[in-house]
Write a protein that binds this ligand. Sequence first.
Ligand code: SDX
Length: 431
Amino acid sequence: MTQRTVKISFSDSDRVIELPLLSGSIGPDVIDTRALGSHGIFTFDPGFLSTASCASDITYIDGDQGLLYYRGYPIEQLAEHSDFLETAYLLLRGELPNAEQKEAFVGKIKGQTMLHDQMVNSFKGYRRDAHPMAVMVGVVGAMSAFYRNSSDSFDPKQRDIAAFRLLAKIPTIAAWSYKYNIGEPFAYPQNKLGYAENFMHMMFATPCEDYVPNPVLARALDRIFLLHADHEQNASSSTVRVVGSSGATPFACIAAGIASLWGPLHGGANEATLKMLEEIGDVSRIGDYIKKAKDKTSGFRLMGFGHRVYKNMDPRAKIMRQTCYEVLDELGLHDDPLFKLALELERIALEDEYFVKKRLYPNVDFYSGIVMRAMGIPNSMFTAIFALARTAGWVAQWMEMISSQDHKIARPRQLYTGSVRRDFVPIEQRG
Ligand code: SDX
Protein backbone atom coordinates (compact mmCIF):
# COMPACT_ATOMS: atom_id res chain seq x y z
CA MET A 1 0.00 0.00 0.00
CA THR A 2 1.49 3.39 -0.94
CA GLN A 3 2.67 5.50 1.98
CA ARG A 4 0.15 8.28 2.67
CA THR A 5 1.81 11.66 3.15
CA VAL A 6 1.08 15.22 4.20
CA LYS A 7 2.60 18.19 2.34
CA ILE A 8 3.46 21.36 4.23
CA SER A 9 3.70 24.39 1.98
CA PHE A 10 4.87 27.86 3.09
CA SER A 11 3.07 31.11 2.24
CA ASP A 12 6.36 33.02 1.96
CA SER A 13 8.29 30.60 -0.28
CA ASP A 14 7.71 27.74 -2.67
CA ARG A 15 9.24 25.28 -0.19
CA VAL A 16 7.17 22.10 0.34
CA ILE A 17 7.94 19.51 3.02
CA GLU A 18 6.36 16.08 2.64
CA LEU A 19 5.87 13.96 5.77
CA PRO A 20 4.48 10.45 6.28
CA LEU A 21 0.89 10.13 7.59
CA LEU A 22 0.61 7.15 9.94
CA SER A 23 -2.53 5.27 11.00
CA GLY A 24 -3.10 3.29 14.20
CA SER A 25 -5.43 0.31 14.54
CA ILE A 26 -8.19 2.72 15.65
CA GLY A 27 -8.22 6.45 16.41
CA PRO A 28 -6.80 9.57 14.74
CA ASP A 29 -3.99 9.44 12.16
CA VAL A 30 -0.69 11.11 13.08
CA ILE A 31 1.78 13.11 11.04
CA ASP A 32 5.25 11.65 11.52
CA THR A 33 7.20 14.86 12.15
CA ARG A 34 10.48 13.22 13.20
CA ALA A 35 12.20 14.38 9.99
CA LEU A 36 10.97 17.95 10.39
CA GLY A 37 14.01 18.97 12.48
CA SER A 38 16.32 18.19 9.53
CA HIS A 39 14.45 20.91 7.60
CA GLY A 40 15.32 23.38 10.38
CA ILE A 41 11.76 23.64 11.69
CA PHE A 42 9.98 22.23 14.78
CA THR A 43 6.35 21.65 15.75
CA PHE A 44 5.06 23.78 18.63
CA ASP A 45 2.53 22.22 21.02
CA PRO A 46 2.87 23.22 24.71
CA GLY A 47 0.77 20.84 26.81
CA PHE A 48 0.77 18.36 23.90
CA LEU A 49 -2.80 19.17 22.88
CA SER A 50 -2.27 17.68 19.41
CA THR A 51 0.87 15.62 19.85
CA ALA A 52 1.21 11.84 19.98
CA SER A 53 4.32 11.24 22.08
CA CYS A 54 4.56 7.53 21.26
CA ALA A 55 2.94 4.53 19.64
CA SER A 56 1.25 2.33 22.23
CA ASP A 57 -0.76 -0.91 22.34
CA ILE A 58 -1.94 -0.51 25.91
CA THR A 59 -4.94 1.82 26.30
CA TYR A 60 -7.27 3.51 23.85
CA ILE A 61 -9.52 6.47 24.66
CA ASP A 62 -12.12 8.03 22.38
CA GLY A 63 -12.92 11.35 24.05
CA ASP A 64 -15.91 12.19 21.85
CA GLN A 65 -17.60 8.81 22.30
CA GLY A 66 -16.49 8.44 25.92
CA LEU A 67 -14.75 5.10 25.24
CA LEU A 68 -11.92 3.53 27.26
CA TYR A 69 -10.32 0.20 26.28
CA TYR A 70 -7.48 -1.61 28.10
CA ARG A 71 -5.77 -3.73 25.43
CA GLY A 72 -9.02 -3.54 23.43
CA TYR A 73 -11.37 -4.57 26.25
CA PRO A 74 -14.02 -1.93 27.16
CA ILE A 75 -13.60 -0.67 30.72
CA GLU A 76 -17.27 -1.43 31.45
CA GLN A 77 -16.75 -5.15 30.75
CA LEU A 78 -13.54 -5.34 32.77
CA ALA A 79 -15.15 -3.47 35.70
CA GLU A 80 -18.05 -5.94 35.69
CA HIS A 81 -16.28 -9.24 35.00
CA SER A 82 -12.59 -8.85 35.86
CA ASP A 83 -10.58 -7.77 38.91
CA PHE A 84 -7.61 -5.50 39.45
CA LEU A 85 -4.80 -8.07 39.38
CA GLU A 86 -6.21 -9.79 36.30
CA THR A 87 -6.41 -6.36 34.65
CA ALA A 88 -2.85 -5.58 35.75
CA TYR A 89 -1.77 -8.83 34.02
CA LEU A 90 -3.67 -7.71 30.90
CA LEU A 91 -2.00 -4.29 30.91
CA LEU A 92 1.47 -5.77 31.41
CA ARG A 93 1.26 -8.85 29.21
CA GLY A 94 -1.26 -7.72 26.56
CA GLU A 95 -3.68 -10.63 27.00
CA LEU A 96 -6.08 -11.81 29.70
CA PRO A 97 -4.48 -14.67 31.68
CA ASN A 98 -5.86 -18.20 31.72
CA ALA A 99 -6.57 -19.69 35.17
CA GLU A 100 -3.04 -21.09 35.55
CA GLN A 101 -1.35 -17.86 34.45
CA LYS A 102 -3.55 -15.83 36.77
CA GLU A 103 -2.82 -18.07 39.73
CA ALA A 104 0.93 -17.83 39.13
CA PHE A 105 0.78 -14.04 38.67
CA VAL A 106 -1.27 -13.47 41.82
CA GLY A 107 0.93 -15.92 43.75
CA LYS A 108 4.09 -14.05 42.74
CA ILE A 109 2.60 -10.76 43.92
CA LYS A 110 1.34 -12.19 47.20
CA GLY A 111 4.85 -13.43 47.92
CA GLN A 112 6.40 -9.95 47.72
CA THR A 113 4.05 -7.70 49.71
CA MET A 114 6.54 -7.09 52.55
CA LEU A 115 9.14 -4.32 52.45
CA HIS A 116 12.83 -4.73 53.32
CA ASP A 117 12.73 -4.25 57.09
CA GLN A 118 15.25 -1.41 56.89
CA MET A 119 12.70 0.52 54.78
CA VAL A 120 10.58 1.00 57.88
CA ASN A 121 13.11 3.70 58.79
CA SER A 122 12.39 5.52 55.49
CA PHE A 123 8.99 6.45 56.92
CA LYS A 124 10.46 7.68 60.19
CA GLY A 125 12.34 10.49 58.44
CA TYR A 126 9.06 12.33 57.79
CA ARG A 127 7.04 14.60 60.06
CA ARG A 128 3.97 12.75 61.25
CA ASP A 129 1.72 15.24 59.45
CA ALA A 130 3.42 14.70 56.07
CA HIS A 131 0.89 14.14 53.25
CA PRO A 132 0.84 10.41 52.33
CA MET A 133 1.75 11.33 48.75
CA ALA A 134 4.92 13.09 49.95
CA VAL A 135 5.85 9.92 51.83
CA MET A 136 5.04 7.67 48.87
CA VAL A 137 7.20 9.70 46.48
CA GLY A 138 10.12 9.34 48.87
CA VAL A 139 9.71 5.73 49.89
CA VAL A 140 9.11 4.43 46.34
CA GLY A 141 12.17 6.36 45.18
CA ALA A 142 14.15 4.82 48.06
CA MET A 143 13.35 1.35 46.69
CA SER A 144 16.25 1.94 44.27
CA ALA A 145 18.54 1.77 47.32
CA PHE A 146 17.07 -1.50 48.59
CA TYR A 147 16.34 -3.53 45.47
CA ARG A 148 19.47 -3.02 43.43
CA ASN A 149 19.09 -6.35 41.60
CA SER A 150 15.99 -4.96 39.87
CA SER A 151 17.19 -1.45 39.14
CA ASP A 152 18.78 -1.89 35.73
CA SER A 153 15.99 -0.82 33.39
CA PHE A 154 17.87 -2.13 30.36
CA ASP A 155 17.86 -5.71 31.66
CA PRO A 156 14.52 -7.47 30.82
CA LYS A 157 14.89 -9.88 33.76
CA GLN A 158 15.43 -7.02 36.21
CA ARG A 159 12.47 -5.15 34.67
CA ASP A 160 10.17 -8.09 35.38
CA ILE A 161 11.40 -8.41 38.97
CA ALA A 162 10.90 -4.67 39.48
CA ALA A 163 7.37 -4.85 38.04
CA PHE A 164 6.32 -7.52 40.55
CA ARG A 165 8.03 -5.73 43.44
CA LEU A 166 6.22 -2.49 42.60
CA LEU A 167 2.78 -4.05 42.16
CA ALA A 168 3.22 -6.11 45.34
CA LYS A 169 4.66 -3.41 47.59
CA ILE A 170 2.80 -0.25 46.57
CA PRO A 171 -0.28 -1.14 48.69
CA THR A 172 1.98 -1.70 51.71
CA ILE A 173 3.77 1.63 51.13
CA ALA A 174 0.46 3.49 50.64
CA ALA A 175 -1.17 1.97 53.73
CA TRP A 176 1.92 2.52 55.88
CA SER A 177 2.09 6.16 54.72
CA TYR A 178 -1.38 6.49 56.25
CA LYS A 179 -0.59 4.53 59.42
CA TYR A 180 2.51 6.69 59.96
CA ASN A 181 0.39 9.82 59.46
CA ILE A 182 -2.15 8.82 62.13
CA GLY A 183 0.43 7.45 64.55
CA GLU A 184 -0.75 3.85 64.49
CA PRO A 185 1.60 0.85 64.22
CA PHE A 186 2.11 -0.60 60.75
CA ALA A 187 -0.19 -3.54 59.96
CA TYR A 188 1.79 -6.13 58.03
CA PRO A 189 0.35 -7.62 54.83
CA GLN A 190 -1.73 -10.79 55.22
CA ASN A 191 -1.05 -12.76 52.06
CA LYS A 192 -4.07 -15.00 52.52
CA LEU A 193 -6.20 -11.94 51.69
CA GLY A 194 -7.02 -10.60 48.22
CA TYR A 195 -5.28 -7.48 46.91
CA ALA A 196 -7.97 -4.96 47.97
CA GLU A 197 -8.78 -6.82 51.21
CA ASN A 198 -5.08 -6.81 52.11
CA PHE A 199 -4.89 -3.08 51.51
CA MET A 200 -7.94 -2.50 53.71
CA HIS A 201 -6.36 -4.72 56.37
CA MET A 202 -3.13 -2.70 56.30
CA MET A 203 -5.13 0.55 56.42
CA PHE A 204 -7.58 -0.27 59.21
CA ALA A 205 -6.34 -3.26 61.27
CA THR A 206 -4.78 -2.60 64.69
CA PRO A 207 -3.04 -5.03 67.08
CA CYS A 208 -5.90 -4.61 69.55
CA GLU A 209 -8.77 -6.22 67.69
CA ASP A 210 -9.62 -8.44 64.75
CA TYR A 211 -10.38 -6.68 61.50
CA VAL A 212 -12.39 -8.38 58.78
CA PRO A 213 -12.69 -6.43 55.50
CA ASN A 214 -16.29 -5.98 54.33
CA PRO A 215 -16.44 -8.02 51.06
CA VAL A 216 -18.80 -5.53 49.35
CA LEU A 217 -16.45 -2.65 50.15
CA ALA A 218 -13.41 -4.70 49.15
CA ARG A 219 -15.02 -5.47 45.78
CA ALA A 220 -15.82 -1.77 45.33
CA LEU A 221 -12.25 -0.82 46.20
CA ASP A 222 -10.88 -3.42 43.78
CA ARG A 223 -13.08 -1.88 41.08
CA ILE A 224 -11.75 1.58 41.96
CA PHE A 225 -8.23 0.23 41.52
CA LEU A 226 -9.23 -1.28 38.15
CA LEU A 227 -10.83 1.95 36.89
CA HIS A 228 -7.70 3.93 37.74
CA ALA A 229 -5.18 1.40 36.43
CA ASP A 230 -4.22 3.14 33.19
CA HIS A 231 -5.26 6.02 30.97
CA GLU A 232 -2.88 6.24 27.98
CA GLN A 233 -0.52 9.26 27.88
CA ASN A 234 -1.86 11.32 30.81
CA ALA A 235 0.51 13.68 32.63
CA SER A 236 1.86 11.12 35.10
CA SER A 237 2.25 8.30 32.55
CA SER A 238 4.06 10.72 30.24
CA THR A 239 6.26 11.65 33.22
CA VAL A 240 7.12 8.00 33.78
CA ARG A 241 7.99 7.60 30.10
CA VAL A 242 10.18 10.72 30.01
CA VAL A 243 12.03 9.84 33.22
CA GLY A 244 12.35 6.21 32.09
CA SER A 245 13.72 7.21 28.67
CA SER A 246 17.03 8.14 30.31
CA GLY A 247 17.34 4.63 31.73
CA ALA A 248 16.52 5.75 35.28
CA THR A 249 15.67 2.95 37.70
CA PRO A 250 12.06 1.67 37.59
CA PHE A 251 11.55 2.91 41.15
CA ALA A 252 12.72 6.43 40.27
CA CYS A 253 10.27 6.40 37.32
CA ILE A 254 7.29 5.39 39.44
CA ALA A 255 8.26 7.91 42.15
CA ALA A 256 8.20 10.59 39.42
CA GLY A 257 4.77 9.37 38.30
CA ILE A 258 3.47 9.65 41.87
CA ALA A 259 4.83 13.19 42.10
CA SER A 260 3.09 14.22 38.88
CA LEU A 261 -0.20 12.55 39.78
CA TRP A 262 -0.34 14.50 43.06
CA GLY A 263 -1.13 17.76 41.25
CA PRO A 264 -4.71 19.03 41.83
CA LEU A 265 -5.32 19.24 38.07
CA HIS A 266 -4.52 15.53 37.76
CA GLY A 267 -4.91 12.81 40.36
CA GLY A 268 -5.13 15.28 43.23
CA ALA A 269 -8.55 16.28 41.90
CA ASN A 270 -10.37 13.54 43.85
CA GLU A 271 -9.22 15.04 47.14
CA ALA A 272 -9.95 18.55 45.83
CA THR A 273 -13.43 17.49 44.65
CA LEU A 274 -14.41 16.28 48.09
CA LYS A 275 -13.07 19.46 49.70
CA MET A 276 -15.13 21.45 47.18
CA LEU A 277 -18.32 19.46 47.92
CA GLU A 278 -17.78 19.91 51.66
CA GLU A 279 -17.24 23.65 51.08
CA ILE A 280 -20.42 23.96 48.96
CA GLY A 281 -22.18 22.15 51.77
CA ASP A 282 -25.74 22.61 50.59
CA VAL A 283 -27.68 22.31 47.33
CA SER A 284 -28.79 25.93 47.74
CA ARG A 285 -25.18 27.08 47.28
CA ILE A 286 -24.51 25.17 44.05
CA GLY A 287 -25.53 28.14 41.88
CA ASP A 288 -22.89 30.37 43.48
CA TYR A 289 -20.16 27.85 42.74
CA ILE A 290 -21.29 27.26 39.17
CA LYS A 291 -21.16 31.02 38.68
CA LYS A 292 -17.66 31.17 40.22
CA ALA A 293 -16.50 28.33 37.94
CA LYS A 294 -17.66 30.32 34.91
CA ASP A 295 -15.93 33.48 36.07
CA LYS A 296 -12.38 33.35 34.70
CA THR A 297 -11.18 35.94 37.20
CA SER A 298 -12.18 33.71 40.14
CA GLY A 299 -9.43 31.18 39.45
CA PHE A 300 -11.96 28.58 40.69
CA ARG A 301 -12.67 25.40 38.75
CA LEU A 302 -15.34 22.81 39.36
CA MET A 303 -13.11 19.98 40.56
CA GLY A 304 -13.91 16.59 39.11
CA PHE A 305 -15.21 18.22 35.93
CA GLY A 306 -13.60 18.52 32.53
CA HIS A 307 -10.92 16.49 30.81
CA ARG A 308 -8.30 17.00 28.15
CA VAL A 309 -9.54 14.02 26.16
CA TYR A 310 -13.11 13.24 27.25
CA LYS A 311 -15.56 15.66 25.67
CA ASN A 312 -18.31 13.32 26.81
CA MET A 313 -18.94 11.63 30.17
CA ASP A 314 -15.81 9.84 31.40
CA PRO A 315 -16.94 6.17 31.29
CA ARG A 316 -15.20 5.63 34.62
CA ALA A 317 -17.35 8.33 36.23
CA LYS A 318 -20.51 6.43 35.25
CA ILE A 319 -19.19 3.23 36.84
CA MET A 320 -17.99 5.16 39.88
CA ARG A 321 -21.46 6.74 40.29
CA GLN A 322 -22.96 3.23 40.24
CA THR A 323 -20.36 2.12 42.79
CA CYS A 324 -21.45 5.05 44.97
CA TYR A 325 -24.99 3.69 45.06
CA GLU A 326 -23.74 0.17 45.94
CA VAL A 327 -21.38 1.26 48.71
CA LEU A 328 -23.76 3.80 50.26
CA ASP A 329 -26.55 1.20 50.22
CA GLU A 330 -24.28 -1.40 51.83
CA LEU A 331 -23.45 1.12 54.55
CA GLY A 332 -27.04 2.35 54.94
CA LEU A 333 -25.92 5.82 53.76
CA HIS A 334 -28.23 6.12 50.73
CA ASP A 335 -29.22 9.54 52.07
CA ASP A 336 -25.60 10.66 52.27
CA PRO A 337 -25.93 14.44 51.85
CA LEU A 338 -22.61 14.74 50.01
CA PHE A 339 -23.67 12.17 47.40
CA LYS A 340 -27.00 13.90 46.94
CA LEU A 341 -25.16 17.20 46.59
CA ALA A 342 -22.82 15.68 43.96
CA LEU A 343 -25.74 14.25 41.97
CA GLU A 344 -27.49 17.65 42.02
CA LEU A 345 -24.28 19.48 41.12
CA GLU A 346 -23.79 17.11 38.18
CA ARG A 347 -27.40 17.62 37.05
CA ILE A 348 -27.20 21.42 37.21
CA ALA A 349 -23.77 21.63 35.58
CA LEU A 350 -24.77 19.34 32.72
CA GLU A 351 -27.74 21.61 31.97
CA ASP A 352 -25.66 24.78 32.13
CA GLU A 353 -24.83 26.32 28.75
CA TYR A 354 -21.17 27.04 29.75
CA PHE A 355 -20.47 23.43 30.64
CA VAL A 356 -22.40 22.12 27.64
CA LYS A 357 -20.56 24.44 25.21
CA LYS A 358 -17.13 23.62 26.67
CA ARG A 359 -18.10 19.93 26.84
CA LEU A 360 -17.20 19.68 30.52
CA TYR A 361 -18.45 16.45 32.08
CA PRO A 362 -17.74 14.69 35.37
CA ASN A 363 -14.46 12.79 35.24
CA VAL A 364 -13.21 9.81 37.22
CA ASP A 365 -12.38 12.05 40.18
CA PHE A 366 -15.89 13.41 40.66
CA TYR A 367 -17.42 10.43 42.47
CA SER A 368 -14.38 8.48 43.62
CA GLY A 369 -13.88 10.65 46.69
CA ILE A 370 -17.48 10.12 47.84
CA VAL A 371 -17.08 6.33 47.62
CA MET A 372 -13.77 6.30 49.44
CA ARG A 373 -14.94 8.70 52.15
CA ALA A 374 -18.00 6.50 52.75
CA MET A 375 -15.61 3.55 53.15
CA GLY A 376 -13.79 5.42 55.91
CA ILE A 377 -10.81 6.36 53.78
CA PRO A 378 -9.58 9.90 54.64
CA ASN A 379 -9.35 12.59 51.92
CA SER A 380 -5.55 12.59 52.17
CA MET A 381 -5.47 8.97 50.95
CA PHE A 382 -7.61 9.42 47.83
CA THR A 383 -4.70 10.31 45.56
CA ALA A 384 -2.50 7.72 47.26
CA ILE A 385 -5.07 5.11 46.22
CA PHE A 386 -5.10 6.54 42.71
CA ALA A 387 -1.28 6.17 42.68
CA LEU A 388 -1.52 2.60 44.02
CA ALA A 389 -3.83 1.66 41.16
CA ARG A 390 -2.01 3.62 38.44
CA THR A 391 1.25 1.86 39.29
CA ALA A 392 -0.01 -1.01 37.09
CA GLY A 393 -0.43 1.35 34.12
CA TRP A 394 2.79 3.24 34.80
CA VAL A 395 4.76 -0.02 34.86
CA ALA A 396 3.10 -1.21 31.64
CA GLN A 397 3.81 2.13 29.90
CA TRP A 398 7.42 2.16 31.17
CA MET A 399 8.01 -1.42 29.99
CA GLU A 400 6.56 -0.62 26.56
CA MET A 401 8.75 2.49 26.27
CA ILE A 402 12.06 0.98 27.41
CA SER A 403 11.66 -2.16 25.29
CA SER A 404 10.53 -0.31 22.16
CA GLN A 405 12.67 -0.56 19.00
CA ASP A 406 12.27 3.23 18.62
CA HIS A 407 13.45 3.89 22.19
CA LYS A 408 15.20 7.26 22.45
CA ILE A 409 15.85 9.57 25.35
CA ALA A 410 13.01 12.14 25.50
CA ARG A 411 14.46 15.51 24.55
CA PRO A 412 11.90 18.03 23.22
CA ARG A 413 13.04 21.24 21.47
CA GLN A 414 11.59 24.75 22.02
CA LEU A 415 10.53 28.02 20.46
CA TYR A 416 13.18 30.40 21.84
CA THR A 417 11.71 33.81 22.70
CA GLY A 418 14.53 35.18 24.87
CA SER A 419 17.24 37.79 24.15
CA VAL A 420 19.22 37.59 20.94
CA ARG A 421 23.06 37.50 21.26
CA ARG A 422 24.48 40.37 23.31
CA ASP A 423 27.88 41.12 24.95
CA PHE A 424 28.60 41.04 28.68
CA VAL A 425 28.43 44.45 30.46
CA PRO A 426 30.72 44.99 33.49
CA ILE A 427 28.79 45.84 36.66
CA GLU A 428 30.12 49.40 36.85
CA GLN A 429 28.60 50.10 33.41
CA ARG A 430 25.15 48.77 34.25
CA GLY A 431 22.30 51.20 34.87
C1 SDX B 1 -7.43 13.19 35.72
O1 SDX B 1 -5.23 13.00 31.32
C2 SDX B 1 -5.87 12.09 31.93
O2 SDX B 1 -6.22 11.06 31.36
C3 SDX B 1 -6.04 12.32 33.41
C4 SDX B 1 -6.90 11.31 34.15
C5 SDX B 1 -6.21 9.97 34.25
O3 SDX B 1 -6.90 8.96 34.47
O4 SDX B 1 -4.94 9.94 34.24
O5 SDX B 1 -8.16 11.15 33.51
C6 SDX B 1 -7.14 11.75 35.61
O6 SDX B 1 -6.51 13.95 35.89
C7 SDX B 1 -8.83 13.69 35.51
C8 SDX B 1 -8.93 15.26 35.54
C9 SDX B 1 -8.99 15.68 37.01
N1 SDX B 1 -8.85 17.15 37.13
C10 SDX B 1 -9.89 17.91 37.52
O7 SDX B 1 -11.02 17.50 37.72
C11 SDX B 1 -9.52 19.38 37.73
C12 SDX B 1 -10.58 20.27 37.09
N2 SDX B 1 -10.51 20.14 35.62
C13 SDX B 1 -9.59 20.92 34.95
O8 SDX B 1 -8.81 21.85 35.49
C14 SDX B 1 -9.44 20.67 33.45
O9 SDX B 1 -10.66 20.30 32.94
C15 SDX B 1 -8.39 19.65 33.08
C16 SDX B 1 -7.07 20.00 33.69
C17 SDX B 1 -8.81 18.31 33.54
C18 SDX B 1 -8.26 19.65 31.56
O10 SDX B 1 -7.70 20.84 31.19
P1 SDX B 1 -7.41 21.20 29.66
O11 SDX B 1 -7.74 20.09 28.75
O12 SDX B 1 -6.06 21.79 29.55
O13 SDX B 1 -8.51 22.24 29.36
P2 SDX B 1 -8.38 23.76 29.69
O14 SDX B 1 -7.81 23.96 31.05
O15 SDX B 1 -7.70 24.42 28.53
O16 SDX B 1 -9.94 24.16 29.75
C19 SDX B 1 -10.67 24.36 28.54
C20 SDX B 1 -11.72 25.39 28.89
C21 SDX B 1 -11.13 26.61 29.60
O17 SDX B 1 -11.97 27.70 29.30
P3 SDX B 1 -11.48 28.72 28.11
O18 SDX B 1 -10.08 29.18 28.47
O19 SDX B 1 -11.51 27.87 26.83
O20 SDX B 1 -12.51 29.82 28.11
O21 SDX B 1 -12.66 24.79 29.83
C22 SDX B 1 -12.59 25.49 31.06
C23 SDX B 1 -11.29 26.28 31.06
O22 SDX B 1 -11.42 27.45 31.86
N3 SDX B 1 -12.57 24.47 32.11
C24 SDX B 1 -13.23 24.56 33.25
C25 SDX B 1 -12.98 23.35 33.92
N4 SDX B 1 -12.18 22.60 33.18
C26 SDX B 1 -11.92 23.30 32.05
N5 SDX B 1 -14.01 25.54 33.77
C27 SDX B 1 -14.53 25.28 34.99
N6 SDX B 1 -14.36 24.14 35.70
C28 SDX B 1 -13.57 23.17 35.19
N7 SDX B 1 -13.38 22.05 35.88
